[in-house]
Design a protein around this ligand. Structure first.
Ligand code: ADP
Ligand code: MG
Length: 480
């Protein structure tokens, strides 16, 4: 298979459904809440009672426009809604309200930094979610939870511009980060806030004609998307190598077997009979509102990354890591602005090694002034960096209310340049390693590290490093 693989190019286009974090549903004032008791967030509209009428949610529209502006899309001047008709138990109305012919956002692109290329966005449209069928609670029956029915969605449709499973993974990651920055969605894939259909085709290497595509439905993690695309590539290349043709199909990804499996044709067959929803007449998008949304646009991930690199001299890799979440990046920037520039390195260190790895749930145990103090103390060499980022950090997480000063005193880790204290420890170390001490005296300079380490250890990180180094150099000359 390896040999054939190189003779086929992979092409992927994505359709990403983003569940929005509005307070209420897309066309009524029922609550949009995840995780509530089944069928408690429902009313006459989601239940499709005769005579109930939909009312568009202005926040749904605003957030769609915000996402469109961030992607550089053209914003339509009129909002149109269509009905997509199908029968399924999770859809009491018998149709889903969506935008078919005239989506709110058209065109646009998103930059993939790993490949240095823009992925073109075909469009972004507004629609509503369906309810949820639950198959695993009752052995006899399928249960229906309509809390999700009518939850506002955006669907982002890309052009077929992704060329590897890694690019698919990266693109979803970027979208997830973007919708979180924009406060459009929580982006939680495990809770279904971001779901993805992957359209996959292969073509002879270098050919400009696209192959027949298959669509893998409803992939709910970035990792599964990468695996599913990989598996589908293998399947299609396998068929072509055997001289068979690819037929357009809808598939689902079997995570256990890591295979893409055709769905039953009944599930595939659709003729949705789209038509304009007569209950939702078209209405204009006000240009002054679009201007306002543009003006109130929060910082975008790539702007933050750029500014971390330019303003605070971070490496691209560190900037990417810290820009991952807006609240973290803002935290970094606020604290960095309080610190002299030669202490930014310390701050970056604390972020990469201590703050990033924390569970996102209990993310910010420290306040801005506490983190500023921590970096200042390390930078001023009032506490040893290693001790501060281990003993002190761990203790601080348990009692986050304390000040840096009181923590340092309590743990007795304030560095000292008290000569007699340091000298005693150096003499001890010389006694421990008499041969090495002699060798150092005779010019084996790199042995100083051994004695520095020893004194740091025995002083519990309290010995001032520069002072210690000087004293080792002086004392070693006094050796007999
Ligand atoms: P439909 O409207 O039937 O869903 P579209 O042509 O709008 O089909 O495409 C839907 C998605 O499939 C888009 O993300 C698009 O980029 C992708 N796509 C279309 N053709 C191909 C292809 N040959 N290979 C891979 N992806 C494709
Ligand atoms: Mg489609």
């Amino acid at each position: 298979m390896e040999a054939q693989k190189t003779s086929y190019d992979l092409v992927v286009g994505l359709e990403i459904h983003v569940q929005m974090n509005t307070l209420t549903k897309a066309f009524c004032n029922e609550r949009n809440t995840f995780g509530a008791e089944p069928n408690t967030q429902v009313g006459v509209v989601s239940l499709a009672y005769p005579g109930s009428l939909p009312v568009p949610n202005i926040r749904h529209l605003e957030k769609a426009i915000r996402l469109g502006l961030a992607l550089g899309s053209a914003i339509a001047s009129t909002v149109y809604f269509d009905r997509k008709n199908y029968v399924y138990p999770d859809l009491p109305k018998g149709y889903q309200i969506t935008q078919d012919a005239q989506p709110i956002c058209q065109g646009g692109s998103l930059y993939l930094s790993s490949s240095g290329r823009n992925v073109r966005i075909h469009h972004v449209h507004m629609e509503e979610d369906a309810g949820k069928l639950i198959h695993d609670q009752d052995p006899q029956a399928t249960l229906i939870d309509l809390n999700r029915a009518g939850v506002p969605l955006l669907e982002i449709v890309t052009e077929p511009d992704l060329f590897s499973p890694e690019e698919v993974y990266e693109f979803i990651t970027e979208i997830q980060q973007l919708v979180r920055y924009l406060d459009v969605s929580d982006g939680n894939m495990e809770e279904g806030s971001l779901r993805c259909d992957c359209n996959v085709s292969v073509k002879p290497a270098g050919s400009s004609t696209l192959g027949q595509r298959c669509e893998i439905k409803n992939v709910n993690s970035r990792r599964f998307a990468r695996q599913a695309v990989e598996a589908e590539y293998e399947r299609q290349v396998g068929l072509l190598t055997k001289g068979e043709q690819i037929k357009q199909q809808t598939l689902h990804f079997d995570k256990e077997r890591r295979l893409t499996i055709p769905m039953r044709s009944k599930e595939e067959a659709h003729d949705y009979r789209y038509f304009p929803d007569p209950d939702l007449p078209p209405f204009p998008v006000r240009q002054d509102e679009v201007m306002r949304i543009r003006q109130e646009m929060p910082a975008l991930p790539w702007e933050i990354k750029e500014s971390l690199q330019q303003k605070f001299h971070l490496s691209e890799e560190d900037a990417l890591t810290i820009a991952g979440h807006l609240h973290e990046a803002s935290f970094y920037i606020r604290v960095a602005e309080q610190l002299p520039s030669d202490y930014w390195r310390v701050l970056t260190d604390v972020f990469i090694h201590k703050i990033k790895p924390l569970d996102p749930e209990d993310k910010f145990p420290l306040s801005d002034p506490q983190l500023t103090d921590l970096c200042t103390w390390i930078g001023d060499q009032r506490v040893n960096r290693t001790v501060a980022l281990s003993t002190l950090w761990d203790a601080w997480l348990l009692t986050p209310g304390q000040s840096m000063e009181s923590m340092a005193h309590r743990l007795n880790i304030i560095q000292t340049d008290d000569e007699s204290f340091i000298k005693d420890l150096i003499r001890e170390a010389f006694k421990q390693f008499p041969d090495k001490a002699v060798a150092l005296k005779e010019g084996k300079k790199n042995l100083i590290g051994l004695f520095m380490g020893e004194v740091m250890r025995t002083s519990g990180g309290k010995a001032h490093p520069q002072r210690t180094r000087q004293l080792i150099e002086t004392l070693v000359q006094e050796l007999e």
